[in-house]
Design a protein around this ligand. Structure first.
Ligand code: ZN
Length: 109
């Protein structure tokens, strides 16, 4: 999944910044979002797949906040986990865990 420098979510432009978590006390997780500054930060040292799934997670966080959905954090994590392999498959980049399913259904890996 490509991580762009900015992304429009619900009509608002969020900038995306890769940061070194070890050098930045403000970034305590692999990724975080600030709704007021409309910024998403992602740790530039973590594994690429974790960066991508964390980016998707923050997008869902923004949708949750903007629309007042009041989703529990566990629900956001579940949506992230369900959507990530689907989006990767759409990109033609099937995650390891999904390859068995694709082969069984006669698709290409
Ligand atoms: Zn979260």
């Amino acid at each position: 999944m490509r991580i762009p420098k900015s992304i429009v979510i619900g009509g608002r432009t969020y900038t995306v910044e890769m940061r070194d978590r070890e050098k930045d006390d403000g970034l305590q997780k692999c990724a975080t979002v600030n709704f007021v500054w409309q910024k998403i930060w992602i740790d530039n040292k973590t594994h690429r797949e974790l960066q991508e799934t964390s980016f998707l997670h923050e997008i869902i966080e923004v949708i949750n906040e903007q629309n007042g959905l009041k989703l529990e954090h566990d629900t956001i994590v579940q949506l992230e986990g369900a959507l990530f392999p689907a989006l990767k498959t759409l990109e033609g980049d099937v995650p390891e865990a999904c390859k068995v399913c694709v082969v069984r259904e006669g698709g290409t890996v």
